[in-house]
Every structure is written in structure tokens, then in C-alpha cells.
Design a protein around this ligand. Structure first.
Ligand code: CDP
Length: 225
């Protein structure tokens, strides 16, 4: 059967990564978490004390670092210069820095190139902000996931607690709001639905329902092809 590209875009904590991971397992595809790649760039910038508003410093760090992805049954493992940083990149300060650094041209150019390389043979579910619009505009199936801010904040808050991280609900809410605004209003690859994306509101859906809904669209497409 033909191996397609499935793009899932949407705002922070809308359920993209969890859905993409489970859907990939169900179909037998791999899941590529592009947010994790921008998070790894942010971690590198933090460690090297890069001034991200200085283009020459951004260029230097982007040519110095190496980011690798390994697919595992439990999600992507992200390596920065050979070190597994999959846990560390989930810290809230890295979320903020990822949003800031991902607005920089050199960062996006390098990451988009890597993402296209990783996804070029198909059989992949790619989640992010600009997958259906910029990275894979010809993806056969595109979703745009949304959910009310309060619900997304509640999910992210619970996720942080479950991972034994300190969290304050109001802070999580504020951080998501600021990041959504920054991601949607930036000049380069802003968070906007592709014209041909199927919008999914996950506000009232369980994870299983989300996965089943997307799987249904996938099956319909494959039957018709
Ligand atoms: O998991 P969460 O939804 O909080 O965020 P993420 O998907 O890990 O992405 C972290 C940040 O990376 C986002 O706030 C975006 O600014 C940026 N990003 C991007 O610019 N383009 C992508 N394709 C994916 C993420």
C-alpha cells in the first residue's frame, strides 16, 4: 500500500504529539515530532548562552550543533550532539525559548531541510506548526488540531505533574497563551491552517476518540486511492 505523509498542525498542547504517536503505531508509520527539534535548538542556545537576536550567533550555533532523532515506540528520542535530551527539552523555559528561536530564519531553514529529508519516503506522521503549509505542502492528508485554551492548559498542567515537574496552572495558561500568540503572529511560517487541512476540535474528545477520528480519515483516503 502507498505510504503517505500525514501532517498534523495546531497550537501548543492541542494533542498533536500524543495523537500522532498513537496513530503512527496503529498504521505502522513513524512519528516525527518537529517541535522536539526546535526544543533541542533552544536547549543548545541556552547551553551556549547564545544571543538569539544576533544572526551571526544563531548561524554559528546552527552550524555547530547536531540534532538526531531516533524513533521509539514511546515517542521520539532527541539527541543533541550525541546526548539524549528528550527529557530536558520538555522544561517550560525551553518551551518559551523554542518559540522564540523557531522564529529565526537560519533555524527554520536547517530544521525544515532535516524534516523534509526524514519524511521524504512517506510512511510518516509529522506534527508541528507549519507542516501542511511549508514543510510538506503536498502531504496527502492534513489535520489542524484545536482545543479551547483552558482545556489545553489543563492538559499541559496534568502532563507536567505526571512527570513530577513543578507546575502552576495560571503560569501554564499564561505561557500557552503567549506562545500561541508568538507562533501565530510571526512572519516566518506562522501557525495557520493549510487551506486543505481538516480541522479537528479535540476539546471534547478523549485520546482514543481523537486517534479513531483521524484513523477514519486515513482509511477513507486509502480506500479511495
Ligand atoms: O508540545 P507543544 O505543543 O507545547 O510544543 P512543541 O510542538 O514541542 O513546539 C515547541 C515550539 O516550537 C512551538 O511553540 C513553536 O514555536 C515551535 N515549532 C515551530 O515553530 N514549528 C514546528 N513545526 C514545530 C514547533
Amino acid at each position: 500500500m502507498k505510504k503517505i505523509i500525514i501532517a498534523i498542525d495546531g497550537p501548543a498542547a492541542s494533542g498533536k504529539s500524543t495523537t500522532a504517536k498513537l496513530l503512527a503505531r496503529k498504521i505502522g508509520y513513524v512519528h516525527l515530532d518537529t517541535g522536539a527539534m526546535y526544543r533541542a535548538c533552544a536547549l543548545a542556545a541556552k547551553r551556549h548562552q547564545t544571543n538569539i537576536d544576533d544572526p551571526s550567533q544563531i548561524m554559528k550555533i546552527m552550524s555547530d550543533i547536531k540534532i538526531d532523532i531516533q524513533y521509539s515506540n514511546n515517542g521520539n528520542l532527541i539527541f543533541l550532539d550525541g546526548e539524549d535530551v528528550s527529557e530536558e527539552i520538555r522544561e517550560p523555559d525551553i518551551s518559551r525559548l523554542a518559540s522564540a528561536i523557531s522564529a529565526k530564519r537560519h533555524v527554520r531553514e536547517k530544521m525544515v531541510e532535516l524534516q523534509r529529508e526524514l519524511g521524504k519516503s512517506g510512511g510518516v506522521i509529522v506534527d508541528g506548526r507549519d507542516i501542511g503549509t511549508v514543510v510538506f505542502p503536498n502531504a496527502e492528508l492534513k489535520f489542524f488540531m484545536i482545543a479551547p485554551l483552558e482545556i489545553r492548559a489543563q492538559r499541559r498542567y496534568q502532563e507536567l505533574l505526571a512527570n513530577n515537574k513543578k507546575a502552576n496552572f495560571q503560569e501554564v495558561l499564561r505561557e500557552l497563551k503567549e506562545r500561541d500568540l508568538a507562533d501565530s503572529s510571526r512572519v516566518l511560517a506562522p501557525l495557520v491552517p493549510a487551506k486543505d487541512a481538516i480541522q479537528i476540535d479535540t476539546g471534547d474528545l478523549s485520546i482514543d476518540e481523537q486517534v479513531d477520528l483521524l484513523y477514519g480519515y486515513y482509511q477513507n483516503l486509502m480506500v479511495g486511492s
